[in-house]
Write a protein that binds this ligand. Structure first.
Ligand code: HEM
Length: 140
């Protein structure tokens, strides 16, 4: 049997759903909310405490994560076509990521993953990948 990549199994729609579940929880999170809001507000010159002004930029950020995951797991290279080499650790350097932040990131991602009811092998592969990658981002 040939190996089917996570992208073959989930499609862009699957990663869309996953990142939606994750990003829906971001703005209201007490650790990650302020970090994402401040960053996007700075980038786009809007008020970090104005959810309506931030919403379209949160949606763009969600799209970046979706496109990155699609590419990482065997789909089209839309992410790098637009953003270049991922260099994830470098791109995360401006954010103060301690173990509490990484753990929270994983909690939100696992909640989104759990809601998808994936087959056990696929679920495990994604959980291991997210765990390793989140720990790799710790920079404080
Ligand atoms: C460990 C905790 C993490 C924190 C606190 C964190 C925080 C952030 C923040 C604040 C942004 C900026 C939002 C944006 O403009 O896109 C971002 C971007 C991003 N993050 Fe994370 N992140 C974490 C882990 C991860 C992990 C594990 C992955 C991959 C599986 C990831 C992938 C990305 C990607 C692809 C972007 C967009 C990069 C770009 O093209 O600019 N992050 N992250």
């Amino acid at each position: 049997m040939t190996h089917r990549s996570p992208y073959d199994r989930l499609g862009r729609d699957g990663f869309d759903l996953l990142t939606r579940g994750f990003y829906d929880a971001i703005p209201g999170d007490d650790i990650l909310g302020p970090m994402y809001r401040r960053h996007l507000a700075n980038e786009h010159g809007v008020d970090p405490d104005d959810p309506a002004a931030l919403a379209p930029y949160m949606e763009e950020a969600r799209g970046r994560l979706r496109d990155f995951l699609v590419q990482r797991f065997g789909g089209p290279t839309t992410y790098s076509d637009g953003r270049g080499h991922p260099r994830l650790r470098m791109r995360h350097a401006p954010f103060a990521i301690d173990h509490a932040a990484a753990e929270r990131w994983l909690e939100l991602m696992f909640a989104a993953l759990d809601a998808m009811g994936l087959e056990a092998d696929l679920y495990r592969e994604l959980r291991v990948y997210f765990t390793q990658t989140a720990l790799f981002m710790v920079n404080r």
